[in-house]
Design a protein around this ligand. Structure first.
Ligand code: PAF
Length: 290
């Protein structure tokens, strides 16, 4: 695996692969890799000849008071895991390479509507930061495909829209959530949890599963969501949002069948997010819309 920090080196290296007609896949990451990231790399391997992974803790997507400074930086272990996973190129630029004029002077990419509400509501500017850095990485790497985790469901929807709206010839692949044995979705932020909090954390997914069962059996949506929030609070979380949307993140309507239940909740120092997809029976949304 080649580890590159320099933009010109990245461009010339990838140009060689492209000239040989090789398909390139990109896996963008912020490092502190776990099995969820390695599933992205495995997916990229299946779809392309060359796998490029980026490792960049993107300051633009962190709000004031968020965990930019404390975000776990584990470069050597990440590099070793990427070699093991069969990654070909690791691109790990410095902040000053991607943002040479600082964040304030930086052109930003804004994806409307789908980036609003949910995490976009609680973390103003977050998806502009994600869309800007991902656009930059897409321009630098010019991948044929790029893989993103479904845990960040809204992020995936924002990136799909970005690519469509800007006519980027890149196939976006969503990769299923990887969970610990007790159901907790893997996340770099799980490392912030104390052992007591880690024992509570799987209740987020358990609550989503409980609501999925209820909603698939026709429970009224608002009642189910209220119960879910109460269950999260009782378990020790501070719920941020618990919302049912259609699969494209638009509000559910009487015709919605494929829905997604999304949650974000604070547990001690960690803001955890998760989601499950739901097949709504015909009666549920009618009941909700009355
Ligand atoms: O999902 C992440 O780790 C980040 O938001 C991403 C896509 C690498 C952009 O910084």
């Amino acid at each position: 695996m080649r580890t590159l920090r320099d933009i010109d080196q990245l461009r010339s290296t990838l140009q060689e692969y492209r000239q040989r007609g090789q398909r390139i896949a990109l896996v963008p990451t912020m490092g502190n890799l776990h099995a969820g990231h390695l599933a992205l790399v495995a997916c990229a391997r299946q779809h392309a000849d060359i796998v490029v992974s980026s490792l960049f803790v993107n300051p633009m997507q962190f709000g004031p008071g968020e965990d930019l400074d404390g975000y776990p930086r584990t470069f050597d272990a990440d590099q070793a895991q990427l070699v093991e996973a069969g990654c070909d190129v690791l691109f790990a630029p410095a902040v000053s390479s991607l943002y040479p004029n600082g964040l304030d002077a930086q052109t930003r990419v804004h994806v409307p509507v789908v980036g609003e509400g949910l995490c976009g509501g609680s973390r103003p500017g977050h998806f502009d930061g994600v869309s800007t850095v991902v656009s930059m990485l897409f321009n630098l790497v010019q991948p044929d495909i790029a893989c993103f985790g479904e845990k960040d469901y809204q992020q995936l929807a924002v990136i799909r829209k970005l690519v469509r709206d800007l006519h980027m010839p890149i196939e976006i692949i969503g990769v299923p959530i990887v969970r610990a044995e007790d159901g907790l979705a893997l996340s770099s932020r799980n490392g912030y949890l104390s052992s007591e909090e880690r024992a509570i954390a799987p209740a987020l997914y358990r609550t989503l599963c409980m609501l999925r069962d209820a909603l698939e059996h026709g429970a009224p949506i608002e009642e189910a969501l209220d119960q879910g929030k109460a269950a999260l609070s009782e378990a020790g979380f501070t719920p941020d949002y618990l919302e049912l949307r259609d699969a494209s993140l638009a509000p559910v309507s009487p015709t919605t069948r494929h829905a997604v239940l999304l949650a974000a909740a604070q547990l001690g120092p960690a803001r955890l997010i998760d989601n499950v997809t739901i097949q709504l029976p015909a009666s549920t949304v009618t009941a909700f819309s009355k």
